[in-house]
Design a protein around this ligand. Sequence first.
Ligand SMILES: [Zn+2]
Length: 140
Amino acid sequence: MLVNSAVITGKGADTAKGRSTQEVDQIRTLLQARFDDLNAEYEEAVAENQRLRLVEIGDAAGDDQADSGSKTAERDAATSLLRTLLDRRTQAEIAMQRLDEGTYGNCENCSNPIPVERLEVFPSATTCVHCKANRERRAG
Ligand SMILES: [Zn+2]
């Protein structure tokens, strides 16, 4: 009997190799919680950023040089935090999309499912611990 490879590799195939529905749900919950956390942090950071800008506009007139320097540093830190949070939030979002497509959470090297415990700690992990160790050994 002929094996239709298009059916096997096509969308809707069992791409989440060896992963139970229960585990997929577990990962989805993890990613959603992470996204919500990052979203809350991001909104807080946006508010903080706006506050810093308002303060800056408010007392720019009376500033001496040192003061305005430390405010710039503070604002730069807030801006960089914003970028980091936005970036991580986007990663969580992409991870959820990939989970729906069945392309999230499998090792890109050996295509075995990455254990949920590892994804919980490193949601952006793309390789299993074993392959990561191998890669680092080669690289180092
Ligand atoms: Zn692997």
